[in-house]
Write a protein that binds this ligand. Structure first.
Ligand code: HOC
Length: 411
């Protein structure tokens, strides 16, 4: 019997069993009624592939070109924060696994390992950097993160646009609490020297007594459903406060607009990708602002509950004439679980896809080995599906390779 299953549902089950429940629920949970998460998953049933017969596809080319660089396959590891709550080797395990299977890793700003540690673990692997864009008052922090990412060999900047306000996530509210999760997970991640200085300054200017500060955290932990306990407050007061300060810099309301994008060019001279685009209109705005790429994504259903399925958004954006002729690179995430999911997204206009929850379930299940197992399964499934679709290469995939059906097929 193999050590790990090849079934995505089993990776999820194994992750649930491997880590404390609040940690699993933080990753697994979505916003509000979880209707967007459900829509993300079920949308894949409405688009069906059309296989072609008698095509000699014994050797297949899975490579794709993105921003002038050829990547061996159309899979990337999505930016997922606080991986330290899932495995003690955290993002370093992911970085090693990604390098070994040649899948580019997108490192999250909210990682539990420093930019430099991840770059070292990733070695000569391909790596991109994801930015939770700090508010304008913390410009120096943005500059420092991007400088470090550049110096550490990150090739592409992915700016997440949909988390300036964290979604209403009932399973977090019942079982954990974001600063708690970030506090326990991010101790190493808050290593940026500029962030440290800003935090120390804020602490020095905070004239409240220690008991007042603890009482404030205690009040927050007592919010409906959040896990609490005086012991936890005392044990985590330091990192919790740091986590809250971090959250206040990057996720305390919508404080950026389209014109601000040009400021990022001061610190980043490589390609910029906007993550969280869900409408044709915003894709046009990205083009108007000279942006190189977008990730069509609804954050795995974790932000705006009620948003349309990410695959439906991709279908609209990928079919738009202006987008098609603009040269804007379209990437996709939110719901990829299988090889045929990958091919459907590519047929609808994505150049490549980001895999999210599955690989961190792999991380929880077996560290570096677990991530490698999940990614290898997904790569093999994609290659197998390409053969069964009757294609010799990813480049041959087009919209003609699928049809939309309104209801899931009855078997
Ligand atoms: C400190 C706040 O991507 C998620 C994350 C949100 C990160 C916000 C960071 O939980 O989906």
């Amino acid at each position: 019997r193999p050590k790990y299953s090849t079934k995505p549902a089993q990776w999820e089950a194994a992750a649930r069993a491997a880590v404390p429940l609040p940690n699993f629920l933080y990753v697994n949970g979505s916003a509000s009624s979880e209707s967007t998460y459900a829509a993300n998953m079920s949308a894949f049933q409405r688009y069906r592939l059309r296989p072609w017969m008698l095509v000699q596809a014994t050797r297949r080319d899975m490579s794709v070109e993105i921003f002038g660089r050829r990547y061996p396959t159309p899979l990337l590891a999505a930016p997922i924060g606080v991986q330290g709550i899932l495995h003690r080797e955290a993002e370093e395990a992911t970085a090693r696994a990604c390098a070994s299977v040649k899948v580019p890793m997108i490192l999250s700003t909210a990682a539990t390992r420093s930019i430099e540690q991840v770059a070292e673990a990733n070695g000569d692997g391909d790596r991109w950097y994801q930015l939770y864009w700090p508010k304008p008052q913390a410009e120096e922090f943005t500059a420092s993160l991007l400088r470090r990412a550049k110096a550490s060999g990150f090739q592409v900047l992915v700016v997440t646009l949909d988390t300036f306000m964290i979604g209403w996530r009932p399973s977090d509210l019942d079982e954990s609490y974001l600063p708690f999760i970030y506090g326990t997970g991010c101790a190493v991640g808050f290593s940026d020297p500029v962030f440290q200085r800003m935090y120390e300054k804020e602490q020095a200017e905070d004239t409240r007594s220690v008991s007042e500060k603890i009482s404030e955290i205690w009040q927050i932990l007592k919010r409906p459903g959040s896990v609490g306990g005086a012991a936890k407050v005392l044990a985590h007061a330091g990192v919790m406060k740091k986590a809250m300060f971090f959250t206040s810099l990057i996720a305390s309301g919508s404080y950026r607009d389209w014109n601000d994008l040009q400021t990022l060019r001061k610190y980043w001279d490589g390609p910029i990708v906007l993550k969280g685009i869900q409408t044709v209109e915003d894709a046009h705005r990205a083009i108007d602002h000279g942006i190189e790429g977008i990730v069509v994504s609804n954050h795995g259903g974790r932000q705006l509950d009620g948003a349309m399925a990410s695959l439906d958004a991709l279908a609209e954006i990928g079919a738009d004439d202006r987008v098609k002729s603009s040269g804007l690179t379209i990437l996709f995430d939110s719901g990829i679980r299988t090889g045929s999911d990958v091919l459907k997204a590519l047929a609808l206009g994505a150049r490549a896809v980001l895999v999210g929850r599955p690989y961190v379930y792999g991380l929880a299940m077996g560290g570096e080995e677990g991530v490698r197992h999940v990614l290898n399964c997904m790569l093999a499934d994609t290659d197998n599906s390409l053969a069964n679709l009757g294609k010799k290469s990813i480049a041959e995939i087009s919209r003609d390779d699928l049809r939309v059906i309104q209801q899931p097929a009855k078997l």
